[in-house]
Design a protein around this ligand. Structure first.
Ligand code: FDA
Length: 311
């Protein structure tokens, strides 16, 4: 129930206004967001790489409303990749970028898919020049078909373009089967949006079971799985499956969000696993932040306590 309310608030302009103008919100937000500028993201990336982790950096923003804004987002990514490359962080793909399709135009009323594709191509070219990769995030269920189509088409020119599968969707095992092919980079996560019953599994236990099923399809296949979860049970299942089938630690990676279960991130890396941290930055942090609150009631309490202590 609380999750539904928070996810609804994530899409509400009125609540957005209320929360983002409160100056004290910012301190709490920095737990999950690496600052408002590319320089802030760079500093966090340098620190995480020095600790033996990899990063995927996301320039925050979604549901872009005009083509100029969408092109501006792509330009921000190109500049970010130049910055990361100049700092020597992109070699071997240790610092890559994650892009939301609606941030680069997918939701535009006219030519959305074409605009998003052109912008992602610009970002992929910059990533290639920097020696690294791009992963296309997955948004709500209404975007899944177009996003998979877009990534499928762009893979002809950029075979290492990554995509995301969400285990809360009923269709996902089939998508994993289709994507478990040589060279394909697939991030598996539970899914952070609201979706109607026809599309999504309602119970957390079902979502977890579907994750385990998808995880197995991806790990057993010839692609490069990117297992994005903080759930200790699912991490344990992944470890056990990888050991059973003799998958090399270098042939897949775990992914976690910046500021969440940092001890587990370090512990996995110390065991020799590859761990990538998803690092968001930018001033448009509202929807991302609300989704993090929705995932865990304790985060909401942390936020409310911070608000109360400032009064
Ligand atoms: P779950 O929510 O069950 O949490 C398991 C445990 O992890 C919790 O008990 C808690 O200890 C810890 N935890 C989880 N979330 C927390 C939080 N917010 N604060 C504090 N602790 C927390 N989604 C999507 O729809 N599209 C996408 O493209 C992506 N991309 C993505 C990339 C990466 C690298 C990650 C890790 C996640 C995503 N997600 C995503 C988000 C994902 O779908 C999901 O909402 C969150 O990862 C939470 O799910 P868990 O698998 O961690 O399990």
């Amino acid at each position: 129930m609380l999750r539904r309310v928070l996810l609804a608030a994530a899409a509400s302009q009125r609540v957005r206004k209320l929360i983002t103008i409160a100056p004290l919100t910012r301190d709490v937000v920095t737990r999950f967001v690496a600052g408002e500028t590319a320089a802030g993201a760079l500093a966090v990336a340098q620190r995480l790489l020095a600790d033996g982790l990899s990063v995927s950096i996301d320039y925050l923003g979604e549901d872009t409303v005009d083509p100029e804004q969408a092109a501006g987002v792509a330009s921000e990514y190109v500049a970010l990749l130049d910055l990361l490359s100049a700092a020597g962080l992109t070699a071997g793909g240790r610092a890559e970028v994650s892009v939301k399709p609606t941030a680069v135009g997918l939701g535009l009323p006219e030519h959305g898919e074409k605009t998003a594709a052109e912008n992602i191509v610009r970002i992929c070219r910059a990533a290639k020049a920097a020696g690294t990769t791009v992963t296309v995030d997955m948004e709500d269920h209404t975007r899944v078909e177009a996003t998979l189509r877009l990534v499928g088409e762009l893979r002809a020119d950029f075979p290492d373009l990554g995509c995301v599968i969400q285990s809360y969707l009923r269709r996902s095992p089939g998508d994993c089967e289709a994507l478990a092919v040589p060279g394909s980079r697939v991030r598996l996560c539970k899914g952070a949006y609201r979706a109607p019953d026809g599309f999504a599994l309602a119970a957390r236990s079902e979502v977890d079971r579907n994750f385990a099923r998808c995880l197995r399809i991806l790990l057993d296949g010839p692609g490069y799985p990117m297992l994005a979860t903080h759930d200790p049970r699912l991490v344990a299942i992944a470890k056990s499956r990888a050991a059973t089938i003799g998958r090399e630690p270098s042939s897949f990676e775990y992914q976690m969000l910046y500021g969440i279960r940092t001890d587990e991130q370090a512990a996995l890396a110390a065991e020799g696993a590859q761990v990538r941290v998803y690092v968001p930055y930018g001033s448009d942090w509202y929807a991302y932040f609300m989704r993090r609150l929705a995932e865990r009631p304790a985060n909401l309490m942390f936020f409310l306590r911070a608000l109360a202590s400032r009064r």
